[in-house]
Design a protein around this ligand. Structure first.
Ligand code: ZN
Length: 420
């Protein structure tokens, strides 16, 4: 039996983040990464290897400028799928929006609103109806650079507004000096192709498949080392070491595209009924490789699944923080759980996670040692499930978790598509 090798995993990450580099959702570079992953799956000898394409709505940023009224230029990044400003831009006072109460929203008319509040679909539209000139999404971390982000394309069909993201410190200084800000953006919305890459290690039992996956795409410009060349690297190394095992249950491997555009690849996968019907479990790997970090797991499944994970961590002596709270972020385990597949998302968080989606998110924070524990627990857990006489948990999502998922996706305007 082969064992997960942390250095091999590191090399997969290096190949994706350094040799290929940026893998923005729906671009040729994302496609190149998919082709490389497919080649690795073939090299490992996986069966039923497939490249599943789907369409995404995204945008090209042609202009993004911000300057104070005294001419001082500030860095900014146009938000993906946002509206272009008029050619001369918009200029106004910047005001912080800390809540979406009617009183707060009244204050942003004809101003540029710096968001200190998370806007889901309804509040996004409420904010636009309050007639601000533009929105600013500030980074939450002091000293960190601008974060690249986009809004869901579906939201912008109803109404749209110019929006940029800016570094925490720049937004702070604009708010403190009270100087007017001018923003000029040009954003072209486009339809593009993205793809999931999948492959199997077949087992003898039918209808009890297990899936392990992670997303390989990035936001624009950044090379996405820990988010998520690293998680993809864990998936690849697991595929390599498990590819010739004799298994009771089929082990499927997936590299999801366009996670950064709103979990598009995993939704596409979960919406396909014959993918989900025979699936009993999904292990997601998102954000890994951070040397100074700690392992965390989000379990969206029954208590028995959580107990088994806790037991495995204790057995191996691996410190693991386990939660079933959705938190603020999202990843590919959520669509699978939304469609009824018990899921675990394993991640390695640390200070470096705070510069995610910025140009600083490269290999400097990463090391091969960071893969050892994630690899060990993933391999042990998957082998145990794939070789067990019976699976020790039901295919069910506890009602509290199901409710939280319903709310999260309803807030984002996402409805479940009926499986036929
Ligand atoms: Zn990610």
């Amino acid at each position: 039996m082969k064992s997960f090798d942390a250095q091999t995993a590191y090399r997969y990450m290096e190949n994706l983040a350094k040799d290929i580099g940026n893998r923005e959702s729906g671009t040729d570079s994302e496609r190149r990464a998919a082709a490389q992953i497919q080649a690795w799956f073939e090299e490992f000898g996986l069966s039923s290897i497939r490249m599943e394409e789907f369409e995404v709505q995204t945008s090209r940023i042609l202009k993004e400028e911000a300057a104070l009224s005294d001419g001082t230029k500030l860095e900014c990044a146009a938000v993906g799928n946002s509206l272009s400003t008029p050619p001369e831009g918009v200029e106004g006072e910047v005001i912080m929006l800390e809540s979406t109460s009617p009183e707060a929203l009244e204050t942003i008319e004809d101003k540029i609103a710096a968001l200190n509040v998370v806007l889901y679909e309804k509040d996004f539209h409420k904010a636009i109806e309050s007639k601000p000139l533009a929105l600013i999404y500030p980074s939450q971390t002091p000293l960190a650079p601008t974060i690249y982000r986009s809004v869901r394309s579906e939201w912008t069909k109803k109404q749209n507004i110019p929006a940029v993201s800016m570094a925490h410190d720049d937004v702070l200084s604009v708010l403190k000096t009270g100087k007017k800000l001018r923003i000029v953006t040009e954003v072209e919305q486009i339809a593009a192709r993205s793809q999931n890459v999948t492959g199997d290690v077949p087992g003898t039992l039918e209808g009890e498949d297990l899936l392990v996956g992670g997303h390989y795409d990035t936001v624009r410009t950044v090379v996405g080392a820990h988010d998520n060349a690293a998680g993809t690297a864990v998936v690849l190394e697991l595929a390599r070491v498990l590819s010739h095992e004799k298994l009771n249950r089929t082990l499927r491997f997936a590299a999801f595209g366009s996670e950064e555009l709103g979990l598009r690849g995993s939704f596409n996968y979960a919406e396909t009924s014959n993918h989900v019907e025979n699936l009993r479990f999904y292990l997601n790997l998102d954000v890994h490789g951070i040397l100074l970090g700690t392992l965390n797991a989000m379990v969206l499944g029954p208590e028995d699944l959580k107990s088994l994970l806790r037991f495995t961590a204790k057995e191996l002596g691996i410190p693991l923080k386990i939660t079933s709270e959705l938190g603020r972020g999202g990843s590919d385990h959520m669509p699978l759980a939304f469609y009824g597949v018990p899921s675990i998302s394993l991640s390695r968080t640390g200070g470096a996670a705070q510069i995610m989606h910025t140009e600083l998110e490269d290999l400097r924070w990463c090391g091969s040692d960071a893969f050892a524990l994630a690899g060990k627990i993933s391999q042990t857990f998957l082998e145990r499930l794939a070789k067990a006489a019976e699976l020790p948990f039901e295919k069910e999502i506890p009602s509290e978790i199901a409710k939280a998922l319903e709310k999260r996706f309803a807030d984002s305007g996402i409805r479940r598509k009926p499986h036929d």
